[in-house]
Design a protein around this ligand. Structure first.
Ligand SMILES: C[S@@+](CC[C@H](N)C(=O)[O-])C[C@H]1O[C@@H](n2cnc3c(N)ncnc32)[C@H](O)[C@@H]1O
Length: 407
C-alpha cells in the first residue's frame, strides 16, 4: 500500500479539510470567525480554560466550542501511530474501529482522513471503515453528525465509512458491544487527570482484550505534558511485563524505572482556522507544534522496532568521550527539524529518569546519505559510526560519521 503522500503531509503540516472547517462554522450558524458574537467568543475561551481549572472537565454546555478549538489541534495526532502501523503493513483495508471518549470526533476524523488519503493514493483498492464511537456526553453526537454530514461529501468512491454512536460510560461495562470485534481500539485525551481518570485504565484496557480481532491494536494518545502521562506510563509498565498484550510502539524497552516519555509533535501552523482564532484573541499565540505522546499495544507480539542494541557505546557513558568519536545505537525519542539541522533526542535504555542525549545531524550531512528525513522519527532505531561527543549529553555527526536507520 502506498503511503508517500501521508508521510510528506504529516511531516510538513497540513490544514484541516475545508469540509470539516465548514462543518465547524455551521455549528455556530457562521461562515467565518468574523460572524462570532461576543458571547460565542467568550464561550470558546471558556472551553479552553476548562483544562486549566484543576477540576474534571464538564463538556455539556461547551461541546461546540470544544470542537472548534480542539478538533483542529488534535485531528492529525492519530496519524503518527497509524504511520507506525502502516510501516509494518498493519493497516487493514476493511477495518472495524472502536473509539471511546470520541468527543466531537477529533481523532475519528483524523483516522478517516488517513484512510481518505490511502484511498486517493491507492485507487485500485477499496476501503471500508466501520466505527463504533463511545461517548458519555450525548451532546457530542449532534456535533459529530453535523461535521460528518459535510465531510463525507468529499470521500472518494473507493472509501466507505459507517458509524454508530453509543452514549455510554466506558468504565461502566461493555455489554452493549457484545459479539463485536475490532481491529483498532482508540482513545485520545481520555486517560488523564482532566477526565478524572486515576486508576481505571489498566482494568479498562484488559476488558478490551477479548474485543480485539487477531493481529489488532490499541492506540492511546495523550497530551505531551509530564503530569498528564501517568496513565500511559502505568499501562506501559503493566503490559511490558504481561503476556496479554505487547508494546508495539513507540518504544518497547522494558526499563520500568524509565520516565522518558518524550513527546511526538504535530505541526499546527498551517491550520487556517487556528490562525483566525488567534486573530480574534480566542486562541493564545502558542507554538506552531502541538506535543503529544502515544502508545500502541498489540495482541500478536509484533513490535515496530527491536530493542536489541549491541556493540555500541552506551549513551550513559558518552560523558567520558568528550571530543572523541564513538559508535552508538539508539532509539529516536523526538525529531525536530530546522533549516540547518535535524535535532534528535535519543535513548538506548541505559538512561534513567529524565536524562536525555541530543544528537545533531546537519541537513547537509543527511543529504549526503540515502536516508529520507521522514524515516528518522519517533521510534526509529538509529545506528551511527564515528559520531563526535560535543558535551556530556550531546553528539554531533559530520562527513566522517556513518548513519544507518532501521525500522
Ligand atoms: C478531552 S476530550 C477528548 C475528545 C477527543 N477524543 C479529542 O481527542 O479531542 C475527552 C472526552 O472523553 C469523554 N469521556 C471521558 N471519560 C469517559 C468515559 N468514562 N466514557 C466515555 N467517554 C468519556 C469526555 O466526555 C470527552 O468527550
Amino acid at each position: 500500500m502506498k503511503i508517500d503522500k501521508i508521510l510528506n503531509t504529516y511531516d510538513n503540516g497540513v490544514d484541516i479539510p475545508k469540509s470539516i472547517e465548514r462543518g465547524l462554522f455551521k455549528l455556530f450558524g457562521a461562515n467565518n470567525v468574523d460572524d462570532f458574537s461576543e458571547r460565542t467568543q467568550e464561550k470558546i475561551r471558556e472551553a479552553n480554560k476548562m483544562f486549566y481549572s484543576g477540576r474534571v472537565a464538564e463538556y455539556s454546555k461547551l461541546c461546540k466550542e470544544y470542537a472548534l478549538y480542539y478538533l483542529p489541534v488534535n485531528m492529525y495526532k492519530v496519524w503518527k501511530p497509524l504511520i507506525d502501523l502502516a510501516l509494518k503493513n498493519q493497516i487493514k483495508e476493511d477495518a472495524s474501529i472502536l473509539e471511546f471518549g470520541c468527543g466531537p470526533g477529533s481523532s475519528t476524523f483524523g483516522l478517516i482522513e488517513f484512510y481518505r488519503f490511502l484511498a486517493t493514493e491507492n485507487k485500485e483498492r477499496s476501503f471500508l471503515l466501520i466505527l463504533s464511537l463511545i461517548e458519555k456526553e450525548n451532546a457530542f453526537k449532534d456535533v459529530f453528525d453535523v461535521l460528518f454530514e459535510e465531510y463525507q461529501k468529499a470521500f472518494p468512491s473507493n472509501l466507505k465509512v459507517k458509524y454508530k454512536f453509543y452514549n455510554n460510560n466506558v468504565f461502566e461495562g461493555l455489554d452493549f458491544l457484545r459479539n463485536k470485534k475490532f481491529d483498532i481500539i482508540l482513545e485520545s485525551n481520555v486517560f488523564n487527570l482532566n477526565e478524572g481518570v486515576f486508576d481505571e485504565e489498566i482494568e479498562t484496557i484488559k476488558s478490551f482484550v477479548s474485543l480485539l480481532n487477531e493481529h489488532s491494536s490499541i492506540i492511546m494518545i495523550e497530551p505531551g505534558k509530564d503530569e498528564m502521562l501517568n496513565s500511559l506510563r502505568k499501562i506501559k509498565n503493566y503490559f511490558s511485563n504481561s503476556k496479554i498484550l505487547n508494546i508495539f510502539a513507540p518504544c518497547c524497552c522494558k526499563n520500568s524505572n524509565c520516565q522518558q516519555y518524550a513527546a511526538a509533535a504535530v505541526k499546527t501552523n498551517n491550520i487556517e482556522l487556528l490562525q483566525d482564532l488567534k486573530k480574534i484573541d480566542v486562541k493564545s499565540k502558542d507554538s506552531d507544534y502541538h506535543y503529544f505522546e502515544y502508545l500502541i499495544l498489540r495482541n500478536d507480539g509484533l513490535v515496530s522496532h527491536t530493542n536489541n542494541i549491541t556493540n555500541a557505546t552506551q549513551l550513559n557513558e558518552i560523558k567520558d568521550y568528550l571530543y572523541q568519536r564513538v559508535d552508538i545505537e539508539a532509539n529516536v525519542l523526538v525529531a525536530m527539524v530546522t533549516d540547518q539541522c535535524l535535532m534528535l533526542k535519543i535513548c538506548d535504555g541505559s538512561l534513567l529518569n529524565k536524562n536525555k542525549v541530543e544528537l545533531y545531524i546537519p541537513i547537509a550531512v543527511l543529504n549526503k546519505t540515502n536516508i529520507n528525513r521522514t524515516e528518522i522519527d519517533r521510534g526509529a532505531k538509529i545506528r551511527i559510526k564515528k559520531v563526535k561527543g560535543i558535551s556530556f549529553n550531546m553528539l554531533e555527526c559530520d562527513e566522517v560519521s556513518r548513519i544507518e536507520i532501521e525500522r
